[in-house]
Ligand binder design. Structure first.
Ligand SMILES: C[S@@+](CC[C@H](N)C(=O)[O-])C[C@H]1O[C@@H](n2cnc3c(N)ncnc32)[C@H](O)[C@@H]1O
Length: 293
């Protein structure tokens, strides 16, 4: 990068090409996110500095980020942020990076809770988020359904710390009760919910070994790996959920297309009815939905 005049524009062009040649998805966006971080601005700010020449220190910072990204480290961990459902979430290596396909659950949850408020006058729905991670689901639902009160559990204390911070940032901490818990262990039998949501670990051992290194080497194993089959945690959630749902309460669990059939089989022998699979924005089988009773 020496003889050229390295304006913001050229740095972006060069890096987007470099990432593209290395097979990264969304190379231009990733270049923009990293450069914005190195320059202490946002993506809009980059375009205001498009023909300016960043300082040596800023370029050195950017080079370091580009090197780490090219070695596999996810951009979200490098910059410490990820957008989810149009909200900015702080993330670190203790939590799974929220994925766009997980927004499918938020869309369903918000529509369901608003519908119940209209149809049955449900004024203060109670929602349980199992495996909250960064708090993505709990915070997005709380933000969009102001009357909802939530409980969010995770087996990782470090993840809960991150989730609490995100809830505070978005002004919903007062409505989310975060608990350190192995699934329902810290949820009393008498606690009943209108809706249970979860994006649990659902990767089988074989699939885990074949994951991209940017996932396998950087994201928490406990957030991804379920067991030999991939359905182990879904099965535990479905077995315990009836005890914690109000009559006609609903459950929404994220799955992968690989375990869709097996998950439907589990539902057929459960006390749930009206079950179906909801596709994500890319048309992939992504969420199981069922109603209790
Ligand atoms: C796939 S991540 C989902 C994180 C977040 N809800 C999201 O959608 O981005 C799964 C989360 O479940 C948590 N987890 C794994 N096993 C658990 C268990 N037995 N009980 C509670 N949480 C668990 C992990 O720590 C991780 O935060």
């Amino acid at each position: 990068m020496s003889a050229e005049i390295w304006t913001t524009r050229r740095l972006l062009e060069w890096t987007a090409d470099y990432f593209k040649n290395r097979g990264l998805e969304g190379p231009r966006l990733e270049a923009e996110l990293l450069l914005a971080c190195a320059l202490g601005t946002n993506r809009v700010g980059l375009y205001l500095k498009y023909d300016e020449i960043p300082s040596d220190a800023q370029r050195a910072r950017f080079r370091e980020l580009v090197k780490r990204r090219a070695a596999g480290e996810p951009a979200a961990y490098l910059i410490g942020h990820k957008d989810f459902y149009s909200l900015d979430f702080e993330v670190n290596a203790d939590v799974l990076i929220p994925r766009p396909e997980t927004e499918t659950i938020v869309l369903e949850a918000v529509e369901y809770l608003r519908g119940r408020a209209k149809d049955s006058g449900e004024s203060a729905p109670r929602v349980l988020d199992i495996g909250t991670g960064s708090g993505a689901l709990a915070v997005a639902i709380a933000k969009n359904v102001p009357a909802a009160r939530l409980t969010a559990v995770d087996i990782s204390a470090a993840a809960l710390e991150n989730a609490r911070k995100n809830a505070q940032t978005h002004g919903v901490a007062g409505r989310i009760d975060f608990r350190h818990s192995d699934l329902f262990a810290a949820v009393a039998p008498e606690e009943k919910f209108t809706l249970i949501v979860s994006n649990p670990p659902y990767v089988s051992r074989a699939e885990y070994e074949s994951l991209d290194i940017s996932v396998r080497n950087y994201e928490p194993r406990i957030a991804l790996l379920s067991g030999e089959k991939g359905t182990e945690i879904v099965e535990r959630i479905l077995a315990a959920a009836p005890e914690h749902l109000e009559p006609e309460g609903r459950i929404l669990i994220e799955i992968s297309p690989m375990i869709a059939e097996a998950s439907l089989e589990l539902l057929k022998t459960s006390p749930f009815g009206h079950f179906k699979i909801i596709n994500d924005y890319a048309g992939r089988k992504r969420v199981i939905s069922a109603v209790f009773g």
